[in-house]
Write a protein that binds this ligand. Structure first.
Ligand code: PEP
Length: 251
């Protein structure tokens, strides 16, 4: 059975002290709770080790929001997948639309990052999704398929099976506009069929596909009740424990 996952993406928010307070509060709220999904928090790099040492990582997984496309060496300012892993983090968010748009991350670069993440024992949460123009012109199926094929379809079936996908329509991220439950289900089913055509039905059925884009306590339940929506990647609503917990409780 594939996993249901609610993953928070803190983006560039929270000082170390604020982040530790948020993680500690979440840890307390989730301790002993009966969870119907896995929970992950994606913190800034500098928070990872302290957060991982503070919380119960069996209850809350820890994710970086990026990693380098090089193993090690003279790449000033970069953080390698091995370094991320050494903090106690187990996940890395890759291909977020903000990284693609503001930092020029290409399909080829993301392919390398994904391979390095997997080689270092990290689970990539790999983001895909179209911009508004692509949604409105109807090319979004091709765009999303291209993002998957170009960065992930050279992986072996075994390695692909370790990936979590996050479908995040760019027009819904941080905008307060959400894909409708029907729009989410339509594209998630398409993504699963795309995986099945390449790797077979059992790999496709085992792949968790999260929805991201203004997901909140009010819409999470409807989105997550779709058969092909296996949870959420949550930005703004991950910054307050009550909001994030309400999304976790949507399962
Ligand atoms: C995100 O950045 O991954 C995201 C989904 O953000 P928000 O929930 O704020 O739209």
């Amino acid at each position: 059975m594939r996993k249901n996952i609610v993953a928070g993406n803190w983006k560039m928010n929270k000082t170390l002290q604020e982040g530790l307070a948020l993680a500690t509060e979440l840890n307390e709220v989730l301790a002993g709770a009966e969870l119907k999904c896995d929970v992950v928090i994606g913190t800034p790099f500098i928070h990872l080790a302290s957060v991982a040492a503070t919380i119960d990582t069996k209850v809350i997984g820890v994710a970086a929001q990026n990693c380098a496309n090089k193993e090690s060496g003279a790449y000033t300012g970069e953080i390698s997948a091995a370094m991320v892993k050494s903090t106690g983090a187990n996940y890395v968010i890759l291909g977020h639309s903000e990284r693609r748009a503001y930092y020029g991350e290409t399909a080829e670069l993301l392919k390398t990052k994904t391979e390095l993440a997997l080689a270092n024992g990290l689970t990539p949460i790999f983001c895909i999704g179209e911009v508004l123009e692509e949604r409105e012109s109807g090319v979004f199926f091709d765009v999303v398929k291209g993002q998957i094929v170009d960065s992930l379809f050279d992986l072996s079936a075994e390695d692909f099976g370790k990936i979590v996908l996050a479908y995040e329509p760019v027009w819904a991220i941080g905008t307060g506009k959400t894909a409708s439950a029907a729009q989410a289900q339509e594209i998630h089913a398409f993504i699963r069929a795309t995986i099945a055509a390449k790797y077979g039905e059992s790999v496709a059925q085992e792949t968790s596909i999260l929805y991201g884009g203004s997901c909140n306590a009010s819409n999470a339940q409807e989105l997550f009740s779709n058969p092909d929506v296996d949870g959420g990647l949550i930005g703004g609503a991950a910054l307050k424990v009550a909001d994030f917990k309400a999304i976790i409780d949507a399962f």
